[in-house]
Design a protein around this ligand. Structure first.
Ligand code: TXA
Ligand code: MG
Length: 354
């Protein structure tokens, strides 16, 4: 299949942008697939109400079809059509955080095909804030099912370059728009609204504290951090080993000086064996490492920088054939909790305490 790649720049006249996005929208209405930017990561979109489109998405990603898709909408009122009823707490969260990086799970209505929800009676819904995403969804008819636009098992793409690497030849169109402000770089927070006390199934930019401030008590799915838990995660996608770089990744936790000393001892040993090493560092320690490839995740006071860069780092380690990767650990709190969750998954939960 030939993939059309279209680029949208901030400086373009609105009419030209609209032209391109209405073309993209027509592809969705005809049952095709279009990758599009959001404020979290790029999505791989198809018509959420068309069962064949869902099947095509699974095929393009190489993703198991029991892993449900998120339905993206462009206005809050579109939620009515997708769910059987809207809990009051969901109304509050929509008012507070939509458009934005929050996905809510509710009981689905009959018009949502089981192919879109991976056979579940619930549906995940999100209204993104990226202006290109919002206009594209509108042009596509208002209901776009989209997982992240990576091949299954790869890190979610945060720039068009990686969407093209994974999806060129597999889908109808890629909308490239890398110059939007407010990009987060990690997938949305997912909250299950079907229980009395809503539960976070995937941490993200919208934190547990932010959610609790709006609706009171909020749980967090234990399987997110506990590798040893024998419970199945409530978000089916969270059970797959995700974001795995080709090199072996370990997280190192402890006093900063000890972390740096440990990582340097390890990288020295690898070097003696002729193995290529990499480090993900925050800025206070970044100059202390002796690994072959060192990535600066920015300041711990500004975790958005680390969130923004993390998936690019993991892909670059692959491109640079790094064999052993060490990352400083982050806190299990706020936005750092989302960073730590993705790192733990990428590392297969390998964490070394020093
Ligand atoms: O930020 C995001 O959420 C991005 C952008 C494109 O919007 N999308 C994204 O989609 O990350 P995906 O498919 O990579 O992750 C969706 C997650 C999966 O873990 C899936 O199992 C879970 O959401 N999920 C979807 N529907 C669900 C449902 N009805 N019940 C439980 N989990 C669900
Ligand atoms: Mg994904």
């Amino acid at each position: 299949m030939e993939t059309q790649i279209i680029t949208i720049n901030k400086s373009e006249p609105p009419a030209a942008v609209l032209d391109k996005l209405s073309w993209a929208g027509r592809i969705i209405k005809r049952g095709g697939l279009v990758a599009f930017p959001t404020e979290t990561v790029y999505g791989l979109g198809g018509d959420a109400l068309n069962p064949d489109a869902a099947q095509k998405i699974y095929a393009a990603k190489g993703r198991p079809s029991d892993n449900p898709l998120i339905v993206h909408i462009a206005q809050i009122s579109s939620l009515n059509k997708l769910v059987s009823s809207i809990p009051d707490k969901a109304k509050k969260l929509a008012q507070a955080f939509w458009p934005g990086p929050l996905t809510m799970i509710m009981n689905k209505s009959d018009i949502v095909p089981l192919q879109t929800t991976g056979g579940l009676g619930t549906v995940a819904v999100r209204m993104p804030s990226h202006p290109v995403a919002l206009e594209f969804i509108k042009q596509a008819g208002g209901y776009v099912a989209a997982p992240s636009a990576n091949l299954s098992g790869k890190p979610s793409p945060t720039t068009a370059k990686y969407v093209i690497q994974d999806m060129n030849g597999r889908i109808d169109m890629i909308i490239a728009a890398d110059d939007s402000e407010g990009v987060i770089g990690l997938e949305s927070t997912i909250v299950d609204m079907t229980t009395d006390i809503p539960a976070i199934l995937r941490p993200g930019y919208i934190t547990q504290a932010m959610i609790s401030r709006e609706i009171g008590e909020t749980d967090i799915d234990v399987t997110i951090f506990d590798a040893a838990s024998d419970k199945a995660p409530k978000a089916p996608g969270m059970k797959y080993r995700h974001y795995a770089p080709k090199g072996e990744l370990a997280l190192v936790e402890g006093e900063p000086e000890k972390v740096a000393a440990y990582i340097n001892r390890q990288t020295q040993l690898h070097k003696e064996r002729g193995e290529k090493t990499g480090v993900i560092a925050t800025d206070t320690l970044v100059t202390k490492y002796n690994a072959d490839v060192i990535k600066n995740a920015g300041s711990r006071n500004e975790p958005l920088t680390a969130a923004n860069r993390l998936y690019t780092f993991l892909r670059e380690f692959d491109d640079e054939n790094v064999e052993f990767i060490y990352s400083e650990a982050f806190k299990n709190d706020g936005l750092e909790q989302a960073i730590m969750n993705r790192l733990l998954k990428a590392a297969g939960h390998k964490i070394i305490k020093v």
